[in-house]
Write a protein that binds this ligand. Structure first.
Ligand code: VG1
Ligand code: CO
Length: 542
């Protein structure tokens, strides 16, 4: 029996870079989550007879919203919901489940690397039938719908037992609670040479994987420890917690510091890796060697043919605009196209669907391929392991050889967090206005070659996305990009991306801050960060 509940719109239910993210207390307001979920179904419907996948990263409030979503889905006419046991599905696993079972879409409940808990963040993202995040046309329509919504539909039904696999009826719909790990782990076995990795592990190769008390714990235990034979305890912090143990489940030098310290200590295993809250990001750190995500993308692309799933070669490479151009040089050497997209995985979907790109990546620790339509943390770890097994070299040796062949893109991102929104907007507005006057100007030894606001023309569907970040390009290939984050829940975050290209015959072993010093000074001179914000140093450097 369907019930119609009257409601009124909430302001600001606009999906950002990766879905709608707000504080839990915002989502907990009457009708808040329901309005958004109903708006999704109104936009993508009619949903009668269709299958919906639901899963989340296990953070606080996950189970509450899953029960709401199941009832709303039943009332809207879905015939089936597939939900991960315990309400858990990593983002890449959800993408795979959508594709494998022919679902029309999925709700992924996550705020990724943002902290979790009653006072922290929650998020809802809708993915389409290809398994990828809804493109802008869909998210814009969902936002428009949230602004006029006046009712949502539900059924009266008890909560589904999420902790037991099996099927139950909710209204006229079947809810199937599925093993969240099995399908994903099986997919990984089709892509990588598990036997080669197992042999290397048996020969004494060791690793540390930090699951950061987030969703990848069960996946990593199954794949790394059970299927590949790494010693028990290889997966650290492997039990997902609703508050991630009070940490930011963000796999970078700041929040995965314990792993970092280990990998730079005398006790370092051969290989270190971590993933984020929802399992789509990865951190790669060899013994004494951090690999920037931009470099990791380039190195994975250059070596992907060593893994069974990519033996036929790559169709193309795609990277987000702020990601370094290291991958471009690999694409050139491979003779395949390289695409530059706006920030956010939703922009890769069309290229992957059209068979124009095989591997994609972002500087924010996201890498993935056409096996799903999300970035995939464990996939990147396994591709690295496959490459290490075949090449028989250390991460450090592979990185050095890569730079000796392609040159090195020194790279860092400086984040200024928690800025007043007006302040951040004023900085961007002033810089935008100054862009036309920048070419030809000098900042220390750097001369501006061009400056613009990045706009993307999707080569597949012809859609355009403007205002995707401000670029200041210098002669010689160095670059600064400025943009505001679209995933935060409080104030604004300014991201400043710094990149300097050093050719193969140049200095390949410098310290990154040192190599980027001129660019850091130029960023200040160009944008007046201290003048606008009062900040003289970034909060986070990655
Ligand atoms: C950030 C990253 C972006 C990534 C997005 C979602 O967005 O910069 O590269 O796609 O997070 O990743 P923004 O707008 O804050 O810069 V996740 O792992 O949070 O789903
Ligand atoms: Co994530």
């Amino acid at each position: 029996m369907t019930t119609t509940v009257a409601t009124t719109p909430y302001e600001g239910q606009k999906p950002g870079t990766s879905g709608l993210r707000k504080k839990v207390r915002v989502f907990a307001q009457a009708n808040y989550a329901e309005n958004f979920i109903q708006s999704v179904f109104d936009v993508v419907g009619p949903v009668t007879g269709k299958t919906l996948v639901i899963g989340g990263d296990g953070r606080y409030y996950n189970r509450t919203v899953i029960q709401q979503a199941i009832r709303i889905a039943a009332a809207n006419g879905y015939s089936q919901v597939l939900v991960g046991k315990g309400g858990i599905l990593s983002t890449p696993a959800a993408s795979h489940v959508i594709r494998k079972y022919g679902a029309s879409g999925g709700l992924i409940l996550s705020a990724s690397h943002n902290p979790g808990g009653p006072d922290e963040d929650f998020g809802i993202k809708y993915n389409i039938a290809n398994g990828g995040p809804a493109p802008e046309g869909v998210t814009d329509a969902i936002f428009a719908r949230t602004q006029v919504i006046d009712r949502w539909l539900t059924v009266e039904a008890p909560d589904v037992d999420l902790d037991t696999c099996g099927s139950v009826a909710v209204g006229g719909m079947t809810v199937s609670v599925i093993d969240p790990v099995a399908d994903y782990a099986d997919l990984m076995e089709t892509l990588f040479d598990f036997a080669a990795i197992r042999a290397k592990v048996a020969a004494g190769f060791t690793m540390a994987f930090d699951a950061m008390h987030a969703v990848t714990g069960p996946y990593a235990v199954e794949i790394l420890e059970k299927r590949l034979g790494f010693a028990p305890g290889t997966v650290r912090n492997g039990v997902p917690l609703e508050d991630f143990g009070g940490h930011h489940p963000d796999p970078n030098m700041v929040h995965a510091k314990a792993l970092f310290d280990l990998m730079f200590s005398a006790a370092a295993p051969d290989f270190g890796a971590a993933s984020d809250g929802d399992g789509d990001r990865n951190l790669i750190v060899g013994r004494g060697r951090f690999v920037t995500p931009s470099d990791s993308l380039a190195m994975l692309a250059a070596n992907a043919h060593l893994a069974p799933g990519y033996r036929a070669g790559l169709k193309g490479i795609a990277r987000s605009m702020p990601t370094s151009a290291a991958a471009d040089r690999v694409a050139e050497a491979l003779g395949v196209p390289c695409f530059e997209t706006p920030t956010g995985w939703k922009f890769f979907g069309n290229l992957l669907d059209a068979g124009m790109a095989t591997i994609c990546g972002e500087e924010s620790a996201g890498t993935g391929s056409d096996h799903v339509r999300e970035k995939d943390g464990l996939w990147a770890v396994l591709l690295w392991l496959n490459i290490l097994a075949v090449r028989g070299q250390s991460v450090d040796a592979i990185a050095r050889e890569h730079w000796q062949r392609f040159g090195r893109n020194y790279y860092a991102r400086h984040d200024y967090e928690g800025l007043p929104t007006d302040t951040a907007n004023a900085l961007i507005a002033e810089l935008t206005a100054a862009l036309p006057g920048l070419p030809g100007k000098s900042f220390g030894p750097l001369v501006v070659a061009s400056a613009d606001s990045f706009a993307y023309l999707d080569p597949v569907d012809g859609s355009t996305s403007a205002n995707q970040g401000l670029r200041v390009l210098f002669e010689g290939g160095s670059r600064i990009v400025f943009r505001l984050s679209g995933t935060g829940t409080e104030g604004a975050t300014l991201r400043v991306y710094l990149e300097r290209y050093e050719p193969a015959e140049g200095l390949l072993d410098r310290d990154t801050p040192d190599a980027l010093a001129d660019l850091i000074a130029a960023a200040e001179a160009v944008a007046g960060i201290a003048r606008h914000t009062g900040r003289t140093a970034p909060d986070v450097v990655t």
